[in-house]
Design a protein around this ligand. Structure first.
Ligand code: FE2
Ligand code: FE2
Length: 319
């Protein structure tokens, strides 16, 4: 995964697992060898061959880079040649989905355009719901494929994937409903665009003042998105209420019990799950079983009992 420095130079990491021999990605690929500057690895005129991919694998290179301006081309390549290609193994398709989401969102956030992000989220929400629901994918298959670095882009991708799996197991059976939940989850932290990156990526716990800034993100996200007529109340509540707690100890409004939308309750559980299972600049990831214990300790007070019980069942299978 690229640190902010390469990204600020205009490069985006892409997983080598999503590259296939003889496919036309139509964008130049770059490589950074240890201790060296980034260099052109393969021009778009020369498709990758099996031997190239083998070599990358042998050297443990799991990411190459593209120019930020090519993000859309890469996204199209993934959607057209990987995501919907039934001969591609589910694991690779999930990796592709993870990449599509990350690249697309990074692009939209960099462009500072919440409307572009909302458009993308509704397309991607449908993709996530259809892949996860159709293939009956289980959490133990997905957990190891997702990235756990807690960049906002990876976080929203993880939360969206988890929300669909949890909603599915809670009995939401309609694909359009699962797609709506996935879209709402992709947008849940959109208000974090207004939190300075120095605070979000700081290698220490935020100070009280910084927390006050972070805690504004549900309100600013809701305010921006509430003007869109294509988002449902449930989706907006995922944005506004995902930090609310049943006993009123959450934020931004201290809503309690049934005043918290069921989709926000689902989002709250997997949001905390992802936050804790990801590494942060100031701590190691917490093992999933311990996070499960934590969620169960706060069930009924912070989190919905049924939602936690259902999620715990999936988490215990991760192993
Ligand atoms: Fe949040
Ligand atoms: Fe979040």
């Amino acid at each position: 995964m690229a640190g902010p420095s390469l990204q600020s130079q205009g490069y985006l990491p892409v997983a080598t697992a999503t590259l296939f021999p003889a496919t036309e990605i139509r964008c130049d690929l770059y490589l950074q060898r240890v201790g060296q500057a980034i260099e052109l690895y393969r021009s778009h005129q020369y498709p990758l061959e099996v031997a190239d991919l083998e070599r990358l694998k042998q050297h443990g290179i799991d990411h190459v880079y593209i120019r930020t301006g090519d993000a859309d081309i890469y996204r199209q390549y993934l959607c057209q040649q990987v995501l919907h290609e039934e001969s591609v193994p589910t694991e690779v398709r999930i990796t592709a989905l993870r990449e599509v989401t990350r690249v697309a969102f990074q692009d939209a956030m960099d462009a500072n355009d919440p409307y572009q992000a909302a458009d993308l989220a509704s397309d991607l929400g449908r993709e996530i719901a259809s892949l996860i629901a159709d293939q009956a994918v289980a959490l133990q298959e997905v957990f190891h494929i997702l990235e756990h670095d807690y960049y906002t882009f990876t976080h929203v991708c993880n939360v969206s994937t988890y929300c669909v799996m949890l909603a599915r197991d809670l009995g939401y059976s309609q694909e359009h409903e699962l797609a709506s939940v996935a879209t709402g989850a992709l947008l849940h932290d959109i208000g974090k665009r207004h939190v300075p990156a120095e605070i979000l990526n700081k290698p220490a716990k935020p100070t009280a003042e910084e927390w006050a800034i972070i805690r504004k993100h549900p309100v600013s996200g809701y305010q921006e998105l509430s003007k869109r007529s294509d988002l449902s109340w449930g989706q907006l509540m995922m944005v506004y209420q995902h930090h609310e707690r049943l006993d009123g100890s959450g934020y931004p409004s201290g809503a309690t019990g049934d005043d918290i939308h069921p989709w926000a309750k689902v989002c709250a559980v997997v949001d905390v799950f992802d936050a804790l299972t990801c590494s942060r600049p100031y701590r190691q990831p917490v093992p999933s079983g311990e996070v499960c214990d934590y969620l169960q300790q706060h069930t009924g007070t912070w989190f919905d009992r049924e939602v936690v019980a259902c999620w715990a069942q999936q988490v215990r299978n991760i192993g």
